[in-house]
Design a binder for this molecule. Sequence first.
Ligand code: BES
Ligand code: MN
Ligand code: ZN
Length: 481
Amino acid sequence: MNFELKPMGLVGVANEKCDALIVLVPQAFKAGKDDLSVLIGQALKSGDLEAKPGKTLALYRPLQSNAVRVVLAFVGDGAALQVRKAVLSAVGLVKTSSLKKLLMSFAAPAREDAVRAAVAAIADATYAYTQTKSKPEGRTLQKAVVAATNASEVQASFDRAVAIVMGVELAKEWANRPANHATPTMLGQAAKELAQLPRVSCEVLGPKEVAKLGMGSFMAVAQGSDQPLQFVVLRYDGALKSKSPTVLVGKGITFDSGGISIKPAPEMDEMKFDMSGAASVLGVFRALAQLKPAINVVGLIPSCENLINGRAVKPGDVVTSMSGQTIEILNTDAEGRLVLCDALTYAERFKPTAVVDIATLTGACVIALGGVRSGLFAPQDALADALMKAGDAAQDLCWRMPLDDDYAEGLKTSFADVANVAGRAGGSITAAKFLQRFTEKFPWAHLDIAGTAWKSGAAKGATGRPVGLLVEYLMAQATSK
Ligand code: BES
Ligand code: MN
Ligand code: ZN
């Protein structure tokens, strides 16, 4: 799909041929003398377009426009959240198989956050997964034109939003793929393909190299599967080599059966999404290649399946991580932290300014925060604040959780340096406390996206989060130094 931003007011918008026109009408709308403005003014006055955010009025071939379908959508004060809601419902009204060209108009000077929300919502509302369908009914929309009178003012925001959409869609695509169509090897291949983009390079390590590095914890998870593990090292080099990078670490469990501590059957299929952290790292690199900020970024993806064969790791087994710390694996279903801890140790070699790991790590985080905000864990206020702010700006929200040392009590064991699980209480926090043991050498943050990376139920599917948050955070690094 192609996005374009055009400097255009309602007169121009009315003349433009398209399959559907969506006009975002704010509280402060002032009707001009042109026919379309007059129509909007009348619809507001009569109450046919209710002055409540998200309310819409749908019209077919009105004489005031060259569009086949027109939807007027009320957006209140025009803030991002209201625009997002309005666009989602308006697109829903015009989404037919003949929707190829969509025009969206701001009936007042567009706010930057609103432009970004509109672009994201158009993409969200029209995305269709097709990869494993025999008769793909994909997205018909080919072109989305956003019209604003102040186009030049909002161009940079628009460009960033479009790049984020590309990243979000790549992340959705990989997260949605069934595990037999997204093995660790295929995921590694997808990362290698990104290296065709400007400034991106990629190396994928296999079982031999990983054994040589001493990643005993990661290997313990992988040993229960016939699929070979892969360790992806992506680089985006946008600044001098001397500038230390930000490292992103994405959990890449392509299927999580739980291992010997097997999960219950209902909804186990959803564990194909357990590589959503990895998918978000791929998405971020896609966006970076397009935005070309002057920063360096490294992406690490430890990827394997968590399955059960005769060689599978058993509850009670003790393994030695790359850091040298020994780990008693009391529950084989707490595998995410086992693959991440070795990737975190590997990250030390880059002398990073910050390391952010992204993982569908705990069911407990879903209970705590649901699907609205990702869990944010970061011992340093500066990094935590920067990520919170980035989430707000991208409308990809997170919420800071505590990391008091007392939470680590339950991880103590007589048989190793640390156990991989504590009790049920505070499960997302004890998981973060486990990871923290491997992050002494750099500022670190952990995003638990178990609740936000995908939706269950009727609209089951990946969300592409937190690509928006991460891109926003990285772009802020480019301008702040
Ligand atoms: N991938 C799961 C976390 C998860 C669960 C994500 C539900 C989304 C929905 C993770 O590997 C896991 O199984 N975690 C366990 C940890 C427990 C054994 C301490 C969990 O949350 O139940
Ligand atoms: Mn698990
Ligand atoms: Zn998992």
